[in-house]
Design a protein around this ligand. Structure first.
Ligand SMILES: Nc1ncnc2c1ncn2[C@@H]1O[C@H](COP(=O)(O)OP(=O)(O)O)[C@@H](O)[C@H]1O
Ligand SMILES: [Mg+2]
Length: 266
C-alpha cells in the first residue's frame, strides 16, 4: 500500500495570550488529500490553531511541520516560499473592495509570479469557472452576494494551485442553500484538484458533509479525532454533546458573569 504523507503535523502546541492558555498541547496529523475538519465551540481556539498552521502565529511551546518543513521558527523569507504552496479562505471573504473580481483573483499571480498579463487572465478565468463564477470578472465586490464573495475568495485562494487550502468558518453567516453550495465546492475542489483541505467550523451540517476526518477541539486540546462514523458513534461526552447541540452536558456555557470572567483568566 502507498504510504500516506503527512502534510501538517502539530506537536504539543501551546499558545498563551496574556494569562490565558488558548491552545494547551495540540497534537494533530493531517494527511495529503484528505479533508480534515477541526470543530469546536466559539472561542475554543480554532482560528488560533489555523494561524499556527499557516505560520502567522508562533507557539509558546511545541512544533509545527508544514509540507515537510519545521515552520515553528522559520525565518520570514523561507516561510514566504512555503506560503506560496498553500491557499487561505478567510472568515469573511477579505476581498479588496476597490478591485473588481478579476483583479482580486489575479492578485496572488501578480504578486508571486512573473507570468505575462495574458496568461494571468487565462488562469484567473479558469479559477472563476472552477467556483462557478464564469464571466463575473468585471463585477465589483459590492455587486456580489455573501456567497458569491466567498466563492471569489476561494478562486483567489486556488489561484496559485495550492497543495493545501485552509478554510476558516467557510459557511458562517450564509443561508443553508448557499452554505450547501460552498460545502459542495469544498468537496469538488478537493476532488478535482487533489487538494488537502483543512476546515475550521462549528457548522455541524457542513462537518458531516465534507469531512474525511474530524478533530474536536475543546479548551485548547484535541479531545478526539476520527472519521464521521467514529465521531457519530463516539462515547466521549464532549463529542456527543457537541454533535447533538445539547445544552446539557460537560461543555459549559456561562450564565453567571463571574464564572465567565473566571474562565477568561484560567
Ligand atoms: N490576538 C489575540 N490576543 C488575545 N486573545 C486572543 C487573540 N486571538 C484570539 N484570542 C482569544 O483566544 C480565544 C480563542 O480564539 P479563536 O481562536 O479566535 O477561537 P475560535 O476561532 O475557536 O472561535 C478567544 O478567547 C479569543 O478571545
Ligand atoms: Mg474563529
Amino acid at each position: 500500500m502507498e504510504k500516506k504523507e503527512i502534510v501538517i503535523k502539530t506537536n504539543n502546541i501551546v499558545k498563551k495570550f496574556g494569562d490565558r492558555t488558548v491552545l494547551n498541547g495540540v497534537d494533530l496529523d493531517i494527511y495529503r488529500g484528505e479533508t480534515f475538519v477541526i470543530m469546536g465551540g466559539s472561542g475554543c481556539g480554532k482560528s488560533t490553531l489555523l494561524r499556527h498552521m499557516i505560520g502567522t502565529l508562533k507557539p509558546d511551546d511545541g512544533k509545527i511541520y508544514l509540507l515537510g518543513k519545521d515552520i515553528t521558527n522559520l525565518p520570514e523569507d523561507e516561510m514566504d516560499k512555503i506560503k506560496k504552496r498553500i491557499g487561505m479562505s478567510f472568515q469573511g471573504s477579505a476581498l479588496f473592495d476597490s478591485m473588481n473580481v478579476g483583479e482580486n483573483v489575479s492578485l496572488p499571480l501578480r504578486e508571486h509570479t512573473k507570468l505575462e498579463e495574458s496568461v494571468i487572465k487565462i488562469v484567473m478565468k479558469m479559477k472563476l469557472e472552477l467556483v462557478g463564477l464564469r464571466g463575473f470578472e468585471d463585477l465589483m465586490p459590492s455587486q456580489l452576494s455573501g456567497g458569491m464573495k466567498k466563492r471569489v475568495g476561494l478562486a483567489r485562494a486556488i489561484a496559485m494551485d495550492p497543495e493545501i487550502i485552509f478554510y476558516d468558518e467557510p459557511t458562517a453567516g450564509l443561508d443553508p442553500i448557499v452554505a450547501g453550495v460552498i460545502d459542495k465546492l469544498i468537496i469538488d475542489l478537493s476532488k478535482k484538484l487533489s487538494i488537502t483541505s483543512v476546515v475550521v467550523t462549528h457548522d455541524m451540517e457542513s462537518v458531516f458533509k465534507i469531512a474525511d476526518k474530524i478533530a474536536m477541539l475543546y479548551e485548547g486540546r484535541v479531545v478526539e479525532v476520527g472519521t464521521k462514523e467514529e465521531m457519530r458513534n463516539s462515547k466521549n461526552q464532549l463529542v456527543k454533546q457537541f454533535i447533538a447541540g445539547d445544552p446539557d452536558g460537560p461543555i459549559k456555557f456561562f450564565q453567571q458573569k463571574d464564572d465567565y470572567l473566571e474562565q477568561l483568566t484560567k
